[in-house]
Design a protein. Sequence first.
Length: 404
Amino acid sequence: MTNHTFIPIIIGTDMNAYNMAISFHEEYGIKPILVGKEPLSFTSLSSIPKTIELNPRLPEKQVFVSFLKEVAAKYAEPGKKMLLVGTNDLYVRMIIENADELKSHFVFNYISEPLMNDVLVKSNFYKLCAEHGIDAPATYFYSCRDEQPFAEEVMFPIIIKPSNGVEYYKNPFAGMEKVYKVNSYEEIHTVIKTIKASGYKEDLIIQDYIPGDDTYMWDSVFYMNSHGKAELITFAQVVLQEHTVTAIGNYTALITRYNEEMMMKLKGFLEALNYVGYANFDLKYDERDGKFKVFEVNIRQGRSSYYITACGHNMAKYLVDDVIHGQQKELTLLNEKFLFTVVPKIVLKKFVSNPEVLKHVKVLLRKGKYGNPLFYKKDRHFKRKLYLFARQINYYRKYKNSKW
């Protein structure tokens, strides 16, 4: 391992964890230590992690803290700081909730617990958006503790989704979906009844459905340094997202764009909140009024955020320069042309329905300005090529057989 003053500890074993791992490896030649509850092929079939420490009870609060302390003790080296990176909402939430205990062993850059609750709980988040002039879809909230049926007057179709995703996924059930698109009050009542029966007690979001295919979705990533100042802002148009019911909202391809007005508007919002760390906004363009509407902000980098690294702004380096070296950077508004994709070219060419976006996709493919992080050239695990080949075939089948 190259001699650096830090050791990356990445919590998670999924695609997001892999993208962070290769970002550290690409920039520093470091093989990070991964911590997770179960092995996933993204990282288990990879030569990039130094090791993967697994504990099936990791999502439990007491286990989470004690196991991370064990990992810190096991891999500690004199003069090196343990840099902690979360890769999903649950793990980031647990880092924040246990920050005081974890700070004796790790360094990290995440928001405070009160701000986390304002941002992650959608009913709180949309109030913040309204207060700061950020557009969002027309939204109603229904408490699963309420015994009365939902009775607000809405225009169909509408979307139903949990306000508290972390709590929602603690109560799995048959037919569980990430987002429900419904067309009648009868369907609303059925979805609410099913979710209530699972044991979920928090609010549900009942929201205006903004028309438009995947290409109407947009993505914006920020790095806010530990002083609350923006150092990097991106804006990208979604080309494709996952079309399976449990994975809607996970982007499989996007193109970097430049929209200074929206970039600076979202910057003002985060700086007003004293936000720190990575933030990943999900937006949709509403052609009915010509506005970008914010759905949510993830308090971490997203699984598709690797396009930042691919465009020359390594995700790991922003974190290391800030948290380890105490360096502050001037603001960069990303203005590079790049196609991020984790699906094969045939899926892009066959299933992107927006002709203008498809034309841009083909231009970037022809110019070689595209990349799939899963095919990281320095990853030499002997089973990886076979795994990726099977995954690419499976993606074609998924898009052929499903439609959101």
